[in-house]
Design a protein around this ligand. Structure first.
Ligand code: GTP
Ligand code: MG
Length: 300
């Protein structure tokens, strides 16, 4: 196993334990009868694979009298899961210079740490990166971003706490343009007095950047904590309705049995998962690979 595969394998440990181990136990009993199919259904639901994927799989199991072996059920599962994850479009980085990525999500999902991890990856790929401290709301948010920037050895543009996040974003992009920096990553607040204020603030960042700079490649990345399971879909829908989200990052897969949620979340929103977070360290972020995800999920 490569280091990447090992990390994903470890990161999905809890999801696999809740999902595949009971399935294999179930199959070891032999025949796939009605009560067995119901148990499979329950397992799929509890792994947060979503109603649609679950129903499709269960229908196939019910209809196919010829499928009686556990191994064949796994093949059906693999087929259906791959089919579900492969329907989603891939992200094309926005055209323009610099590439400007606004990172959004509710509080505590892992935005700031993900930014540190992503910045490190870009830097390792030879790109120059600048971070913008646009969470001017939460105490110590700016310092937290600065710590990540130090770890990566990249600059931060900041103002004092309480200043207008859109103004900080504008400063950051101006500075990146004058220095010829490739990628600007914008950290944003997760909590304001109300959710309405949060969306307003985020919208303003996008509005200011897209009206003041016509040559940047603007993207919106939504960070989602896998622990929220099916609830994260509703949460994500609210962001996608309000903002031009182009891709998603699912964090904390290492600490949840709900990793299956990646499948319905991508399909409901028709947006790709770009990376998955599998731990708290700077290198605990992996590019999301559909096939690897499904095969890891299904390995006992
Ligand atoms: N286990 C695990 N923990 C993670 C992961 N990503 C982030 N965390 C932890 O989640 C907590 C919150 O992370 P932050 O990066 O501060 O989250 P945030 O969204 O910026 O939070 P706010 O700025 O308060 O909205 C920290 O303790 C992180 O170490 C992950 O992939 N796995
Ligand atoms: Mg933060």
């Amino acid at each position: 196993m490569t280091i990447m595969v090992k990390k994903i394998f470890r990161g999905l440990k809890k999801t696999r334990e809740k999902f595949i181990t009971p399935l294999l136990d179930l199959f070891s009993s032999g025949k796939l009868d009605q009560s067995c199919i119901e148990e499979v259904e329950e397992l799929l639901f509890s792994a947060d694979l979503g109603v649609e994927a679950t129903e499709r799989i269960v229908d196939r199991l019910r209809n196919g009298n010829k499928w009686k072996e556990g191994g064949e059920v796994l093949d059906i599962l693999r087929d259906e899961l791959l089919d579900a994850v492969e329907k989603v479009p891939v992200l094309k980085p926005a055209e323009g210079n610099p590439r400007v990525i606004v990172v959004a999500g509710v509080n505590g999902v892992g935005k700031t740490s993900t930014i540190g991890k992503v910045a490190m990856r870009f830097k390792n790929e030879g790109k120059s990166v600048l971070l913008a401290a646009c969470d001017t709301f939460r105490a110590a948010a700016i310092e937290q971003l600065e710590l990540w920037a130090q770890k990566c050895g990249v600059p931060v543009v900041r103002q004092q706490m309480g200043s207008d996040p859109a103004a900080v974003a504008f400063d950051a992009v101006s500075s990146a343009k004058s220095k010829g920096i490739d990628i600007v990553i914008i950290d944003t607040a997760g909590r304001l007095h109300t959710k309405k204020n949060l969306m307003k603030e985020l919208k303003k960042i996008f509005r200011v950047l897209s009206t003041r700079f016509d040559d940047i490649g603007l993207e919106g990345w939504l960070v989602i904590d896998a622990n929220s399971g099916q609830n994260s879909i509703l949460q994500a829908e609210a962001f996608v309705e309000a903002l031009p989200v182009t891709g998603m990052i699912i964090t904390k897969l290492d600490s949840t049995a709900k990793g299956g949620v990646i499948i319905p979340i991508q399909n409901k929103l028709n947006l790709p998962v770009l990376y998955i977070g599998v731990g708290e360290n700077i290198d605990d972020l992996e590019g999301f690979d559909h096939r690897l995800f499904v095969s890891t999920l299904l390995s006992g």
